[in-house]
Design a protein around this ligand. Structure first.
Ligand code: GL1
Length: 209
């Protein structure tokens, strides 16, 4: 979802950066690239590791709550205009053609965001951070998604903007369309710059690769 369907990855970045700043830990776009697709708790652990900071659980929960409070403030006004190029058209096209659609996200806020965008009803299943136990790069989120859709991984295509997500898809036995920079998402089956012009025919051809 974040960074694939809607431009919310930038709000996660801002919130994590603000948290890292408050702890005097350096946090750059390169650091952020490694957090994309990674759950809230695992993201915090990585940031603390980068800053060589050891904290107790109560403090970690406090920091995660703070980051989420900031994130919720940033996404308060999120609206359908912030959907990424081509994403909405593709969802509508797949729906019209009877293709099953699942959301696989590490975020615990995904249903709220889908509702703000008015696209929740397009998804046959939603597997998100409130359900999974292991964050991407573990393939659990996609394996559960395929299973809920009663499909085999080999018959699904995963869309991903994150290194951790591409890894999860590949390890789960899925074809994967990377959205972004080929030098970062090189493990994906194909990499595109955005979803404009993406069609069902292209998905069918990728499934044959
Ligand atoms: C969590 C992380 C975010 C991001 C998403 C997955 O979201 O905090 O930085 O990696 O997972 O896209 P959330 O805090 O909404 O559960």
């Amino acid at each position: 979802m974040d960074g694939v369907i809607v431009d919310t990855a930038k709000y996660h970045f801002l919130a994590w950066q603000r948290l890292a700043d408050s702890l005097s830990i350096e946090f750059t776009h390169e650091h952020n690239e490694q957090l994309k697709g990674v759950s809230r708790v695992d993201s915090l652990e990585r940031i603390l590791q980068w800053g060589n900071l050891v904290l107790n659980n109560a403090k970690k929960v406090e920091l995660m709550d703070l980051k989420n409070k900031w994130y919720l403030e940033y996404v308060e006004g999120v609206n359908p205009n912030e959907m990424l190029p081509g994403a909405h058209d593709l969802l509508l096209d797949l729906k019209k053609n009877g293709v099953k659609i699942g959301l696989g996200s590490s975020s615990k806020n995904s249903v709220m965001i889908l509702e703000k965008l008015g696209i929740f009803s397009l998804f046959d299943v939603v597997i998100d951070g409130t359900i999974i136990h292991m964050s991407k790069p573990h393939p659990e989120v996609f394996l559960r998604g395929a299973s809920a859709l009663q499909l085999q991984p080999v018959d699904c295509v995963v869309f991903e903007d994150a290194i951790s997500g591409v890894q999860a898809a590949v390890d789960g036995g899925f074809r994967c369309i990377g959205i972004g920079d080929p030098s970062v998402l090189g493990q994906a089956t194909v990499v595109v710059s955005d979803l404009r012009g993406m069609s069902l025919a292209q998905l069918q051809s990728i499934l044959k690769q």
